[in-house]
Every structure is written in C-alpha cells, then in structure tokens.
Ligand binder design. Structure first.
Ligand SMILES: Cc1ncc(COP(=O)(O)O)c(C=O)c1O
Length: 484
C-alpha cells in the first residue's frame, strides 16, 4: 500500500534534482540534499520511500503503511548547511528578496544564531518587529497555550483574545474601534477603503449633493506598503513603476512642507492624508510639531481624514506607546502592525467612531485577521511594553545609542547626520551603507538600511540592554572603515 504525505516543512517544497534516486532508505542517506527523514524513525517496518520528480515534486511516498497512523509527525529537518538552503532558495522562490547569506535557526533575547552556531547581535529586530526580542518566555507561553486551545475560527464567529486585544488598544489611544488584519500594508489598504466609504456616506448625507472626495495625499520618503492601494501611497518610484497603474488619485507633497500640503488638501476632493509621524523606511525623519498640527487643522477644515501610519514607529519604539503622543495631535485613523504580535503576522486600523459608523457588514474583511493565537501573543507584547518604566527605558536607551554613535562615529567623514527618537535611529552617510551592513554582518551585528540606501537604520528589540547597545556601537566602529 502506498500512502502519500505532504511535508509541513518548507523544505518539503524542495525542487528535486533530476539526479535524485527514485528510491532511498529511511535515514535519507541517498537524498541528494542530505535531508533527514525524522519519521517514521529508523529502524522501523518501513524500509523504502519513493521520491518522485517532475509532477510530484516535494512529495514523498511511503511504500508501506507505517507502524503508526500518525502522519502529522512527519517532517524533514535540518538541511545540512547554509549553502544547501541558499542554493534551494535561489531556484525555489520568486526572487523578490536580495537576502544576506545567513540562515538563522534560533534566537534568544537580542541574540540570533545561524546554522553554523555563530552568534549575532540583532539590531534589526526582523525590521522593527521583534519588540521583545526572540523567545520571550511570556510570549512563547501565550502563543503555545493559545495554540493548544484554539488557533483559528475565522471572523464568522466570536473569540475572546481579539476582543481583549481590541479593548486594550482602544483604551490606549484616541480610537473607538479596531479593524484587525495581518500586516502593515493591509492596515493601510483598509484605511484607504474606510476613508473612501466615509467620504461617500458623508457626501450622500450633505444638504447639497456632491461627488465624494476620493483622492489621497502622501509625502516624499513615505512607505506605506506593497499592495496596490498602499503602494500608491508609497513615494519611492522604483517600488511603484513596474506595477502601474496603481490606485489613482494620490498626490505626493514634500514631507514637512505644510504650505504645500495645505494648498492641495481640498474639500470634496481629498479623502485622506496619510503620514508617518516618524518615517522609517524613508530614512528616519521625524515630523515637526507644527507640520502635524497644521495638517490636522487643514484636514478639519476640508472634511479630510488624517491617517497616521505607525506601522514602524508605533508601539513603544519612540519611547512612548504611540509616536504621535509626542505631538499632541490626534488622527482619525492610525495603522499599526509590525511589533504588535511580537513576530506573528498582525495589523490593525484604529478608528474613530465617526469613521467606523460608516462601515457596514461586508465592506471589508479577512479570513485570518485577529485570530486567537496572534491576539493572545499581542496581549503578551502589550503586557510587557506597558509595564511601568519600560518605555522610559526605551527612551533612555535610545538616548544612549544616539550619544554613543555621535561620540564614536560623529566625526567620521562619511557620517552626515545621526538622528532619530527612542530606538529608531538613523545614521546618514555620504555613500551607500551596504558595505557597512555587510561588514557588520560578518562581525556578528545585524543592521538595516533606509532611504536611498545611504542611511543605516537601527531598530533593535525594545528590550535591548545598555551593554548590548555598547557592543553594537563598538562593532559599527570596527566596521566603519568598510565605507572608505
Ligand atoms: C510605515 C510603514 N507602513 C507600512 C509598512 C508595510 O508593512 P508590511 O510589510 O507589514 O506590509 C511598513 C513596512 O516596512 C512601514 O514601515
């Protein structure tokens, strides 16, 4: 009897080379890529597996009924080396990512370990995601406990963790209601739809019938995501051009130029203005107080919605729970994502009642959004971030990071500026930052770029210690000569 098993591991989708033998023994010795089959465990009654190439790629057939019917334990484990994985990635994946040649297998706190056991200090946090670092005990407990009880039910039904999370979020800010989704781009996509719907309902209600406002304003150096609506709001031409036409009706204004923004925000035309209080991907630029206040006033006058994108800068990164708290300006909607579930995919739009009340059943939705596991994980993240003193430490460590960078790198001729707030810090260079990033990686430090590639972006886990900040800056100093 032949049973067919599709493996759960990503490695299962490995494209079998034409040279792979059609039959190999259970220890996997004959596997061309030296994967190990962990179940059924040898020695056992099953002596052969058949590996088919061509149409049945990635599937393994077991030639006899295994001793236990429990197929869920079957997995392929631990490809033997970095090279194996990188080679597999190169022909298995749609090549959307220029990845660094490193394969991570585990993490703890601010440290990551690659497949060869080398340790890295993580000052990238999975692009500003791992707020609690890696393997935080309470987060792991929250995820595993919830996963063992209830993982998914869809939004056709109610579940408790999402209600608890929504309550925590609305209690923490201006918003009255929440819409959950699965990523930053989806949060912005939802905010675009909510803005259009709000304007449509408002136009219908008005005493004079007029067309609803449907257009949007975004800013230079903005990044709002990669789906067609969020992409349309993203300033970098390079991201948009290959996919034109993206959503029509977006005008880009120079970030910080209030006068220019005011001159284009128009009643009956501008549905919403999207702005990051602190731009991340664009190069770590903080909005001026007067800029956000002025936008708020103009939006109010024109009946335009003001949307803050705090996907990267929100949830404690600036040393305050929300980046906009530093400005005393409130938006009508705020989009959040990255760190919310501490490494699991989640996004959310926080919405004022006036906007939320225009949204009806069926207007928007998502199969996965707000699932019990991610919401329970997010509650663990909020528990940690909202502990007394935690955000003060983020602010203090951010100051330490900037002052060490200024003291140790400030006089380097390639360094044009060091800026940021809390633990979102940029080092602007007069050259590409890539050699520095590569050199740091070799020395065991993970950092990011931003802007036009000439800015080093540091967004470490919010739990980073003083000692780790000092080590990170020391490594940067050792590597800075790579720019010469
Ligand atoms: C400010 C901002 N908005 C939106 C996004 C898109 O988020 P995601 O990659 O989760 O779709 C990002 C991602 O970097 C971001 O920094």
């Amino acid at each position: 009897m032949v049973s067919q098993v599709a493996f759960s591991s990503p490695v299962a989708h490995f494209k079998l080379p034409s040279t792979v033998p059609l039959s190999c023994n259970l220890t996997g010795k004959n596997f061309a890529r030296s994967f190990r089959l962990t179940y059924p465990k040898p020695p056992c009654a099953v002596s052969d597996i058949l590996v088919s190439s061509g149409e049945e790629e990635g599937k393994v057939r077991i030639a006899e009924t295994p001793p236990s019917p429990n197929f869920t334990n079957v997995s392929l484990l631990e490809p033997s080396s970095t090279d194996d994985i990188i080679e597999a990635e190169s022909h298995l994946f749609v090549q959307t990512y220029a990845r660094f040649p490193v394969v991570f297998v585990k993490g703890h706190g601010c440290k990551l370990y690659d497949v060869e056991g080398k340790e890295y200090l993580d000052m990238s946090a999975g692009i500003a995601v791992n707020a609690l670092g890696h393997g935080n005990e309470n987060w792991v407990k929250a995820v595993s406990e919830q996963a063992s009880v209830l993982a998914h039910v869809s939004n056709l039904y109610h579940s408790e963790p999402q209600v608890k999370l929504a309550k925590r979020l609305v209690e923490s800010c201006f918003a009255d209601r929440v819409f959950f989704c699965n990523s930053g781009t989806e949060a912005n996509e939802a905010a675009v739809k909510f803005a259009r719907k709000y304007q449509r309902v408002k136009a219908k209600k008005g005493s004079e019938l007029h067309d609803p406002a449907t257009e949007f304003i975004a800013f230079t150096n903005s990044f709002h995501g990669r789906t067609m609506g969020a992409l349309a709001l993203t300033s970098k031409e390079k991201y948009r051009a290959p996919f034109e036409p993206v959503m029509a009706g977006v005008q880009f204004i120079e970030f910080g130029n209030l006068e220019a923004a005011q001159s284009v925000i128009q009643q009956g035309k501008t549905a919403a203005v999207f702005v990051e209080p602190v731009q991340g991907e664009g190069g770590i630029f903080r909005a001026m107080d007067s800029f956000l206040k002025g936008l708020r006033e103009s939006c109010d006058e024109a009946g335009t919605l003001l949307v803050f994108d705090e996907v990267q800068c929100g949830l404690g990164r600036t040393g305050q729970l929300w980046a906009h708290e530093a400005y005393d300006v409130q938006p009508d909607m705020m989009t959040i994502a990255k760190p919310l579930a501490g490494g699991l995919p989640i996004g959310a739009v926080l919405v004022k009642e006036e906007v939320a009340s225009t949204i009806e059943f069926g207007d928007h939705g998502s199969t996965f959004a707000g699932g019990p596991v991610v919401c329970h994980a997010a509650l663990a993240v909020l528990d940690h971030i909202q502990k007394p003193g935690f955000l003060d430490r983020v602010a203090k460590n951010g100051q330490l990071l900037q002052s060490l960078l200024r003291a140790k790198l400030g006089s380097n001729p390639h360094v044009k500026a060091i800026r940021g707030i809390g633990l979102i810090v940029g080092i602007e260079l007069d050259v590409s930052a890539t050699p520095l990033v590569k050199s740091a990686l070799k020395k065991g430090l993970l950092i990011l770029t931003a802007g036009a590639g000439n800015i080093v972006r540091l967004v470490p886990p919010l739990i980073i210690s003083e000692q780790e900040i000092r080590s990170g800056v020391d490594i940067l100093c050792e590597c800075i000569s790579s720019l010469d």
